[in-house]
Design a protein around this ligand. Sequence first.
Ligand SMILES: Nc1ncnc2c1ncn2[C@@H]1O[C@H](COP(=O)(O)OP(=O)(O)OP(=O)(O)O)[C@@H](O)[C@H]1O
Ligand SMILES: [Mg+2]
Length: 504
Amino acid sequence: MTQNLYITMENVKKSFNGVPVLKNVNLQIEKGEIHALLGENGAGKSTLMNILGGVHQPDSGSIYINEKEVKMTNPRISQEQGISFIHQELNMVSDLKVYENMYLGSELRNKVGFLKVEEMCRQTHEILARLGVDIDPKEYVRNLATSYKQLIEISKALLHKSTVIIMDEPTTSLAEHEVNRLFELMKNLKKSGISIIYISHKLKEIKEVCDRYTVLRDGEMIKSGNVEQEDLDTITKLMVGKSISQNRFVHEHSFGPVMLEVNNLTSLGLFKNIHFKVKKGEIVGFTGLAGDGRTELFESLFGYRKKYTGEIKINDQLIKIDHPRKAVEAGIGLVPKDRKENAIIKDLSVIHNMSLSSIGNFEKSGFIQDNIERDKFQYYKELLNIKVHNPSITIDKLSGGNQQKVIIAKWLEVGADILIFDNPTQGIDVGAKQEIYQQIVALAEQGKSVIILSSEAPEVMRICHTINVMYQGEITARFKGEEATEEEIMHYATGSKREAAKIG
Ligand SMILES: Nc1ncnc2c1ncn2[C@@H]1O[C@H](COP(=O)(O)OP(=O)(O)OP(=O)(O)O)[C@@H](O)[C@H]1O
Ligand SMILES: [Mg+2]
C-alpha cells in the first residue's frame, strides 16, 4: 500500500433488480491525484461513484477512507468524510438563487437564527471569482446556462472544503475556455492535496489532466495504471475490448436535389448573413467555439426563435417557420443538445421516450399497439446497442449515454427528411460513437439530409461531406469534408482567418 492512499473501495458488488452492474470492483484513490474513471456507457462508473457518495448502497464490499472503514449509508455521511459529488445530471434547484443553492442544507445563520444572506452572497461571489465566473449570487439558477450550473456545483464543492471531488462528465456542456479554466483549477486543487475522481468520454482530456486511471468494463475492473504510460489507443482498447479506427466514416456518394436552402438568415446579435444548402443524401456539419451562434441558428430554423430575417426554402418552396410544429410539418427534426433539459422526460419509461413524438406510428384504430412499440424499441436497442434490461423502467434509470441513444432512436422513428443533430454524441463512449456515426451515415445513404452541429472538429471531419465553420454568428469557412484539417478549422473558428469570398 502506498503512503498516499486515501480511498479504497474493495470488492464492491451491486445489482439492480437482479441484474449485476458492479462485480467485485476495486478502486484506489491517492491523495492529491486526478484519477480518471473510464469505461463505456453503462459500464458502471456513475453507479460506483453513487456508492462512494452514499446515494446507493452496495450489496457487498467495503469503503476505506484513510484506512478506516466507513459505511456510506447516506449522502450526508459521504459529505462529512469530505467527499463532494458533482453529478452527471446536474442537481441544482432552478427556483432557488445561486447562493441558496450553494448553501442548501448548510445555510449560515446568526445567533438568533436569521439567515446571513449578505455573508453567503459575499462568500459565493468570492468562490465564483476564483473560478473566473462573473454571475450575481442572487440570480435565479433557472436563468443560467448549463455551463454556469456546472461551475456552481464545483464552487459548492470548494465551499464545503472537500478533500475529494467526484466530477461525473463535468465538461459535456462547457465551452473550450471554460474547460481550460476548469483544468487549471483542477491542477491547483491537486496541488493543495485534494483528490479528484474524473469521469469523461473525452479521452484527450484524460491525457491532459489525469495522473492515473481505472477502466471498468461491464461492471468489472479491467485495469488501473498511470496515464503517462499508456497511449489513447491502448486505453480505448481496454474500455471497449477492441481497437477503434479513427478514420473518416462517411462514403462519398452522389447527392440528390437541394432539400434545404438558407439565404441571408440574420438574427440581431446571434447570427448574420447565413447562406447554405443541404442536398438530399448530404451530411453537412457546423462547428466552431462557444458563442459561434450555431445552436441559435438552428433553433431559429426549427421555429424556437422567431425574430429572424432572411429566406428558408425547403424543396425549392419558400417557407416561414415560426413554430416548431411548422418545422416538423415541413419535415425537419431537431435532436437538441443538453439531454436532461431539452430532450428526455424523466418520469416516462424508456420505451415511451422513444415513441413519444411519433405516436401515430404505433396506433391502430385509435389504440396504441404495445407490441408494435415493443418490437420497434427492440429494433433500436439492437441498432444502437442500448443497454437496458427492461425498457419499461423510467428513463432516468439508464446510464447517461444510453439515455442519449434513446433520444436518437426517438428522432430516427419520427422519420424527418431533414435531421438536425446538435451535439449528438454528448456523453457517448468511443465505441458507441461509431454506432451512431454509422446510423447517421446510413440515414444519408437512404436519402435523408443531415445536419450535424458539434464543437468537436474531429467529429464533423469524420462524418460530414461538407463542413461549415462559424465564428461569432457568421460562417467563416466552408470545406469539403475530406479536405478539412483540424488546424485549418481552428483558424476559422477563432477568427484568425476568414474566407475572403462571400460564402453563398
Ligand atoms: N437506479 C437504477 N435502477 C436500475 N438500473 C440502474 C440504475 N442505475 C443504474 N442502472 C444500470 O446500471 C448500469 C450502469 O449504469 P451507470 O450509470 O453506472 O453507467 P456509466 O458507466 O456511468 O455510463 P455512462 O457513461 O453512460 O454515464 C446501466 O445498465 C444502468 O441502466
Ligand atoms: Mg454515468
